[in-house]
Design a protein around this ligand. Structure first.
Ligand code: COA
Length: 394
């Protein structure tokens, strides 16, 4: 065998170069249109950041970085193709050449984006999570733990069916920011008690301060937009472990999750029209895409409550488990998944979701704008008053 002619280090280099060359077609360097253009200063910062990365991003990513760097600084590849036997330089040349006529500006932006992604998925070297470590005990409405490479964000207002109060919105965003940076591979959402989550805490609407209704509505729109953005931008696999009924925004954001496991006791309900409101969580885009428009309309317009089996059939839920074995089976599976290489999981998730990020942010902005109007409507006010009036009569 030809490889036997090489000494060990050379064989290793040859092997790596061959793998690089073989893997090239799988790397999509011609990612479509970046909307912004990074400045020279941002590009220089990214160059410096590369030197401080602690984790080796792997050869494929390094090759991609190399190609974007060359394109950004020298433009399209015009040097002659290295010989067949010059494996490493041939792989580099092919990566650069595959960028074709991509402009220097676009390559610069993509280089900056790639470095940012690597930086955000950096695994801190020193920090080791201990079993059942409570990551942040400062949360009032959540229990957040990291164990066996999994960060779990458990909604913790069981007496209110885990309704999302203003405090909980802020805490979830904080927990997601921390989970994005911690050394876990997966982030799991679940609920404490018999419900997963009853959606927006309806008393968020009744608690009007001196700012008045209109300003309150605008502030809430801003909060919701930030909240949903945290899911759109979350860099690691996000998994829903749906332990019971889910309502409203707790359902709509599931379209932004990467996997959703559900007990057969769960139901999925988005009672927007009933409440004089309109869809949020990017569901006006993700649900028709996931379920098909005709099915999504029944859910989003006509408040159809889905059983777990129906949600699974429509593609919102990945798999349904009998309630008696739900926790055991799901966690067994998640523990296996969490042992996979975390950087690879994060980068793959970002590749899958990255294509749509801009669209999702635009949809989110539009949905929140509509809601700010809807929250001020007569329909919405009376539906919320009805909910609390019915409660007080019981
Ligand atoms: N906002 C505020 N409070 C809520 C709530 C919500 N979204 N969901 C539940 N609660 C409160 C109830 O008011 C009740 O409080 P109380 O004990 O002080 O009276 C407590 O949680 C338990 O809820 P209850 O309605 O008694 O439980 P249930 O098992 O009969 O019904 C739900 C559970 C989720 C079906 C029902 O509470 C519900 O429909 N909630 C509203 C869901 C909703 O419309 N969300 C907004 C979507 S946009």
């Amino acid at each position: 065998m030809a490889a036997a002619l090489f000494a060990w280090p050379q064989r290793l280099q040859l092997f790596r170069a061959l793998r690089l060359a073989q893997s090239l077609p799988a790397i999509n360097l011609n990612v479509t249109g970046a909307a912004m253009v990074a400045t020279e200063a941002e590009f220089d910062n990214a160059k410096d950041k590369v030197k401080t990365l602690k984790n080796d991003p792997g050869n494929e990513v390094k090759l991609k970085m190399y190609a974007l760097f060359k394109q950004a600084t020298q433009g399209p590849c015009s040097s002659p193709k290295p010989s067949m036997l010059d494996f490493v330089n041939k792989a580099k040349w092919e990566a650069w050449n595959s960028l074709g006529k991509t402009s220097k500006e676009e390559a610069r932006q993509k280089y900056v984006d790639l470095v940012q992604t690597l930086d955000s998925t950096e695994v801190p070297q020193q920090r080791k999570a201990t079993a059942t470590e409570d990551v942040k005990s400062s949360f009032q409405t959540l229990i957040v733990t990291t164990e066996n490479n999994i960060t779990t964000i458990m909604l913790n207002r069981p007496a209110k069916k885990n309704a999302i109060s203003f405090t909980m919105y802020e805490e979830i965003m904080k927990a997601l920011e921390q989970a994005a940076k911690d050394d876990s591979a997966l982030t799991v959402f679940t609920g404490k008690g018999d419900h997963y989550c009853s959606g927006n805490d309806l008393s968020n609407f009744t608690d009007i301060g001196p700012e008045g209704m209109e300003q309150k509505s605008k502030n809430s729109g801003g909060l919701l937009k930030r909240y949903i953005s945290h899911y759109i931008d979350f860099p690691k696999p996000l998994i829903g472990v749906i332990n019971g009924p889910a309502v409203g925004v707790a359902v709509t954001v599931l379209g932004l999750f990467d996997i959703v496991y559900s007990t057969d006791k769960a139901t999925f309900h988005t009672p927007f029209s009933q409440l004089g409101q309109s869809p949020e969580g990017c569901s006006s885009y993700t649900f028709p895409k996931i379920m098909g428009t005709a099915k999504a309309n029944e859910v989003l317009l006509f408040n159809k409550i889905l059983t777990a089996a129906q949600a699974c059939e429509l593609g919102l839920v990945t798999e349904v488990f009998p309630d008696s074995t739900f926790q055991k089976e799901v966690w067994k599976r998640l523990h296996i998944y969490a042992k996979l290489p975390k950087n690879s999981l994060a980068l793959s998730k970002q590749l899958i979701r990255g294509v749509e990020k801009e669209t999702l942010h635009a949809v989110n902005a539009q949905e929140c704008e509509r809601l700010v109007e809807r929250w001020l409507s007569e329909d919405c006010m009376s539906a919320i008053m009805n909910f609390f009036e019915k409660k007080s009569k019981l």
